[in-house]
Write a protein that binds this ligand. Structure first.
Ligand SMILES: NC(=O)c1ccc[n+]([C@@H]2O[C@H](COP(=O)([O-])OP(=O)(O)OC[C@H]3O[C@@H](n4cnc5c(N)ncnc54)[C@H](O)[C@@H]3O)[C@@H](O)[C@H]2O)c1
Length: 357
């Protein structure tokens, strides 16, 4: 019997690589698309080639391609040559702050790259499932309008009705997004349109903080991964504003891919979902630092900068109710502690390797 084929864009990145491994294990043929642009965005620390090499050694039916999603002609050529059952679109310029230095490149990768893939899907395999990894930054700073209470180590929602977090009804316009949030919002709307207008099996996942062992974490992107890296290398972590009490919810890349799998098995055209760690996996920056200090036994160097990042969320927890009600088999399987317990030894080994060179 012919193997089903899946396309994963951004296949050397955090979520893409988890998807490659997961679907390869399930017996699919997995085609990857990644041009290591993370290195161009963030320098050597963002280089993802180590992850590509790792994938080559652990997979059985993985075919990586060094291809730029901005190149519409090459993208269409690939879709002409292969028939895909599922497209998992993870390639992106992923940084909120980086985008202001490269507005055109950011828009080309995030918006044009996405429409290139959607259109190629429509022309060559319109019945395929297409999952687009969007972001909570499409809401801009609108979530900051939710009334907050300041607690000892974090901000939290003041009203009981907000306890479960921000849901899909939060508005996405008339807010400050950062250029990254704006380019992702453009892609998010176009992806929904292919679902609603063309009735294609498109799903949009608006991620909270996505994390896991395969992140090439850098200061400008990859909250927990970068925090652990700094904690172990003895560097200094910069906290930007809000007294370090800003809250993020963290989800392991495995749980993200499981959500993608659930959607792929029973797609709902044009749907939008929150996808994060939810309240249980939420932490403020200073709480995360405290937990890491406990785990490593070292005090972490940090500096505090009064000015918060523009358009940053003060307290952001993804409300997972909609996804869970549509896909009741899905749940969070990795707690925040379990995530840290997995990342810390891996990063420790990487830091030891770097210092030995
Ligand atoms: N990591 C997070 O906290 C987070 C949060 C919300 C949403 N997201 C979204 O989830 C998706 C995956 O994020 P991630 O953390 O895995 O990012 P990542 O940076 O780890 O992976 C993205 C990959 O895409 C590749 N890439 C970039 N531009 C490309 C191009 N033009 N052509 C081909 N490949 C290209 C990069 O080299 C990288 O390997 C992105 O769309 C991101 O915006 C991530």
């Amino acid at each position: 019997m012919k193997r089903k084929t899946i396309l994963v864009t951004g296949s050397s990145g955090l979520i893409g690589s988890e998807a490659v491994e997961y679907f390869d294990r399930q017996g699919y043929c997995v085609v990857g698309m990644d041009n290591n642009m993370r290195r161009a965005f963030f320098g050597p620390q963002g280089d993802t080639l180590w992850n590509l090499e790792r994938l080559r050694s652990v997979t059985r039916n993985f075919i990586p391609h060094d291809l730029d999603i901005r190149d519409g002609a090459k993208v269409r050529e690939m879709f002409r040559e292969r028939h895909f059952e599922l497209i998992v679109h993870c390639a992106a310029q992923p940084s909120h702050d980086k985008a202001r230095e490269i507005p055109i490149l950011d828009f080309e990768v995030n918006a044009l790259g996405t429409v290139n893939l959607l259109e190629a899907t429509r022309q060559h395999c319109p019945e395929a499932v297409f999952v687009f990894m969007s972001t909570n930054k499409v809401y801009g700073d609108a979530p900051n309008e939710i009334p907050l209470a300041e607690l000892e180590t974090r901000y939290d929602y003041a009203r009981p009705e907000d306890f479960a977090g921000v849901d899909e009804t939060c508005r996405i316009d008339r807010t400050m997004h950062s250029l990254f949030g704006a380019s992702k919002a453009a892609a998010d709307i176009v992806a929904q349109e292919y679902g609603r207008y063309f009735k294609m099996n498109v799903g949009v996942f608006r991620g909270g903080c996505l994390t896991g062992p395969s992140h090439s974490g850098v200061e400008l992107h990859g909250f927990l991964s970068y925090l652990v890296k700094v904690a172990l290398s003895g560097g200094t972590y910069s906290v930007f504003g809000y007294k370090g009490k800003q809250v993020r919810d963290n989800i392991h890349s495995y749980d993200v891919v499981r959500a993608i799998e659930e959607f792929a098995e029973n797609p709902r055209p044009g749907e939008v979902y929150k996808l994060g760690g939810g309240r249980e996996n939420s932490t403020s920056v200073i709480e995360a630092i405290g937990r890491l200090e406990q785990m490593t036994g070292h005090k972490m160097n940090r500096r505090y900068l009064e000015e918060a990042r523009k358009g940053d969320h003060i307290c952001y927890i993804s409300n997972l109710c909609k996804f869970k009600s549509h896909y009741p088999k899905w749940k969070i399987t990795r707690s925040l502690d379990a995530i840290l317990e997995e990342i810390v030894p891996l990063q420790r080994a990487q830091v030891a390797q770097t210092t030995a060179i």
